[in-house]
Write a protein that binds this ligand. Sequence first.
Ligand SMILES: C[S@@+](CC[C@H](N)C(=O)[O-])C[C@H]1O[C@@H](n2cnc3c(N)ncnc32)[C@H](O)[C@@H]1O
Length: 285
Amino acid sequence: MRAQELAHEVAERLTRSGSPSPGPEARILVAHVLGVEPAQLLLASVTPQQRAAVDHLVELRAEGAPLQHLTGVAYFRHETLDVGPGVFIPRPETEEMVGWALRRLAERPAERRRVVELCAGSGAITAALARELGGVELHAVELSPEAHAYLVRNLDGLGVDIVLGDMADAFAELDGTVDLVIVNPPYIPEAHRQVLPSDVLQDPVMALFSGPDGLDAMRVVARVAARLLRPDGLLATEHDDSHAPAVVALFERAGFGDVASHADLTGRPRFVTAAAPPGDGRIGL
Ligand SMILES: C[S@@+](CC[C@H](N)C(=O)[O-])C[C@H]1O[C@@H](n2cnc3c(N)ncnc32)[C@H](O)[C@@H]1O
């Protein structure tokens, strides 16, 4: 059977099971099983064993497994990352914040590009910073041992200082010396657990929920950034699209300067940036 024909058939099955983008997903699944790029499907043919493998993946997808768990990879900017159950799947919503960070870092001399990523997950943000801009000194921390295993694999060879632990007390040795703290923390209010779509709930709980208002981790981020940043250091943090005013207020209350809200690629408010607060790195939050 021709691969292209199978991809059409799979797309119809995925449409019936409610997939949001059946055509591209079908091509990705068939190409994954054949071990080729989706662009090469036109010339490929499929063995009965490969067809059975595709059928199995289509069933799993119809049952709600994320596409990225079936293929084992996720794409983020120019990166291809290993992912699976136990690690947050990087989202396109985060890509604009990385673009902002790259522009700000590029303005600084190479010896002033010390970056800490908190809540690093698969390492998507740090990998993009490492490969898209030279001379960045990178440190990344992640609390979940399962996610940490992916982090180590995805950042292999990039020279990143990787820590398994709680961001709250990570990198004390860098206090007051960091140029940029960047983070995509957990930010969903606990109460939303009942109403989230099933594909989001496939991400680890630790990656998603953050107390009654969704801002528990954000308060920790403010405290950690305040102690890590040098006096002219910068912070960038992603947030829920409904939290922009609350996150801006949180960083202003903590004494950060130039607090600004930014939109993601779809135009929704998605990340806040700020300048280090003056003082000794301790804030009243
Ligand atoms: C929304 S995910 C973001 C992952 C990755 N940075 C990205 O953008 O794809 C949040 C991550 O923070 C981790 N995490 C949660 N609490 C943490 C803490 N106190 N210290 C360090 N990491 C934490 C979770 O395990 C999860 O991997």
